[in-house]
Design a protein around this ligand. Structure first.
Ligand code: AMP
Length: 287
């Protein structure tokens, strides 16, 4: 099945056949897993994959296992035709679109729990989320067996979970992180931004501003972590957000940092109306 130069595989067999034909020609394969509603953030991953691989596979799968029953699985934006067009224009070679039944056939009983980096932050606020992510990513990596797989820093904790997973299970793939793509006002691109009303959209960039201002304050005074985070949370609340967390963590293993010492990440999750936004930035601490 092909859409112009873009092939579509709806079964694991079709995916493996395509990958095997490229491998036979010694072409490297990059995988870009997505849940669709494709935007420039996803396309930055495709671009990075083209930088390291001759062939690029993107997957489109809204993974029910990473949504809690109260979350937006049913409402999550789905736009297969537009997504295929965007991937085609970006030069993706193959789009893998499995059905929920093919991924999780009757009797499916395996769940992958990654300890350590999954704990706290979104792991605390979205119980079961990272087990759902780890399970589907492990499956996608094993179905495709790419040379490299590309994930956004936008979902920084997810990136750390995937790195740990690949290392711990000896999955022979390089996990590459790609910098967050933002709107000109700083809002990180996200499929969920489509939920924002015009008024909420005007509020949304405050999340990134608070991250930037907090990072600057921490760089000035590495001992001001508690006060800086408290100030940031107060500012977000005053701006209309319900704050799930604003935390400073070690950039490599995500352990909490009471004092800025060495490479760190400032991570936030906050809700405006019915939309939950997450974002994070690097904080350069002196070791
Ligand atoms: P999603 O479709 O939201 O599951 O995202 C698929 C991949 O795209 C994940 O690795 C995300 O981290 C990445 N991604 C989403 N938004 C952005 C963004 N604004 N910049 C960079 N990568 C992103």
């Amino acid at each position: 099945m092909a859409t112009g130069d873009l092939a579509v595989a709806r079964s694991v067999d079709a995916l493996r056949q395509a990958v095997a034909s490229w491998r036979a020609r010694r072409e490297r394969v990059g995988l870009v897993p997505t849940m669709g509603a494709i935007h420039a953030g996803h396309l930055a991953l495709v671009h990075a994959a083209h930088g390291g691989c001759e062939r690029v596979v993107a997957s489109l799968f809204v993974n029910p296992k990473q949504f809690a029953p109260t979350e937006d699985f049913a409402a999550y934006p789905r736009s297969e035709a537009a997504d295929l067009a965007a991937f085609g224009t970006a030069g993706v070679d193959l789009v893998f679109i499995p059905t929920v039944d093919a991924m999780y056939p009757p009797g499916f009983a395996t769940s992958i729990e990654v300890g350590g980096v999954s704990e706290g932050l979104d792991g605390a606020h979205r119980p079961g989320h990272f087990a759902g992510v780890a399970t589907v990513v492990a499956k996608l990596l094993l179905q495709c067996l790419p040379d490299a797989a590309y994930f956004g820093e936008k979902d920084y904790q997810q990136l750390m979970v995937v790195r740990r997973l690949a290392r711990d299970l000896d999955i022979p793939v390089r996990i590459e992180g790609v910098a967050t793509v933002r709107e000109t006002d700083g809002l990180a691109l996200s499929s969920r931004n489509a939920y924002l009303s015009p008024a909420e959209r005007r509020t949304a960039p405050l999340l990134y501003r608070v991250l930037c201002d907090s990072a600057a304050a921490l760089a000035q005074d590495p001992d001001s972590v508690a006060a800086t985070l408290e100030r940031g949370i107060t500012r977000l609340r005053a701006g209309g957000f319900a704050v799930d967390y604003l935390e400073l963590r070690d950039a490599a293993d995500l352990t909490p940092m009471a004092r800025l010492a060495g490479p760190a990440r400032l991570l936030a999750a906050a809700r405006i109306g019915r939309t939950r936004l997450i974002d994070n930035i690097q904080v350069a601490g002196r070791s």
